[in-house]
Design a protein. Structure first.
Length: 267
């Protein structure tokens, strides 16, 4: 069990009032999810582009020193296929609709420090889903039957329940409030939990995404907080969410405080 460092606690307390939460979409042009399956010592690997999102919170977008994970949804855009040959036998499979979702929505992971742009989150809970269809032949089939497993089967990956990523690692860079997030992680599980000697599944992924994060109080989206934004907020005050700066669905004194705290940013 990872223990939150004193530095992270200090940063969290100091930054609580200015923390910013946002969603980073995953760029499937450069993001990948890879699955390796091994039967004994024989392995095969396949890779798919990855899409989805990562929802994070930073103590400050301009100078981030602390990261918290709120949600995550990683999806393979293509089927993954493996074909493993062993003497006098074989094993082939197809994994469809592979997906890794954050397993505890509403319960964040972190905080952890960002040091020189790098960060690590520990024991991240995830729920796999998808369809795993396989066929074993020859001696591989005989081996699986000796474990009480069918030679041909189709499984729902969600039935195995949640697992965890020991270390989700990555980097954060910011330029002009455009946040670039990169993250990678590994999950290794036995092919059959009741028979760990049969083989293993290893999931490895690399994620890349970027998003522009508006300054809290920048209600017209022009990159600064000025009189125009104040006018928008005052027109919506107590009436609508048109001046909502804190994401609670209304426009009130809390939103005015946020706007005034950032007044003059980018001017």
């Amino acid at each position: 069990m990872h223990v939150v460092s004193p530095l992270a606690v200090t940063l969290l307390i100091a930054a609580a009032a200015s923390a910013e939460s946002f969603v980073v979409p995953i760029d499937q042009m450069v993001s990948t999810i890879e699955m390796e399956i091994c039967i004994g010592s024989s392995c095969d690997t396949d890779t798919s582009p990855a899409t989805g999102f990562v929802a994070i919170e930073l103590d400050s977008v301009d100078l981030p020193a602390l990261i918290i994970l709120h949600d995550m949804d990683i999806q393979a855009t293509e089927e993954l296929n493996h074909d493993i040959s062993i003497p006098f036998g074989g094993f082939s499979d197809t994994i469809s609709d592979l997906r890794l979702m954050y397993a505890t929505p509403g319960i964040p992971t972190g905080p952890e420090p960002i040091l020189a742009g790098a960060w690590t989150l520990y024991d991240v809970p995830v729920q796999p889903s998808g369809t795993f269809a396989y066929e074993a032949t020859g001696l591989t089939c005989i081996l699986m039957e000796s474990y009480g497993l069918p030679c041909t089967d189709q499984r729902d990956l969600a039935e195995g329940g949640p697992t965890s990523i020991d270390q989700l690692q990555g980097t954060i860079t910011v330029q002009g409030r455009v946040v670039t997030l990169e993250a990678s992680g590994v999950i290794e599980e036995p092919l059959d939990p009741d028979n760990p000697g049969l083989g293993a599944i290893t999931l490895t992924w690399f994620l890349h995404g970027e998003v522009y994060v508006p300054v809290p109080g920048d209600l017209d989206g022009d990159g600064d907080v000025d009189q125009a934004d104040l006018g928008i907020l005052l027109a919506a005050y107590g009436i609508s969410d048109g001046g909502d700066c804190d994401g609670d669905g209304d426009t009130d004194q809390a939103d005015l405080g946020i706007l005034l705290a950032n007044y003059g940013y980018g001017a």
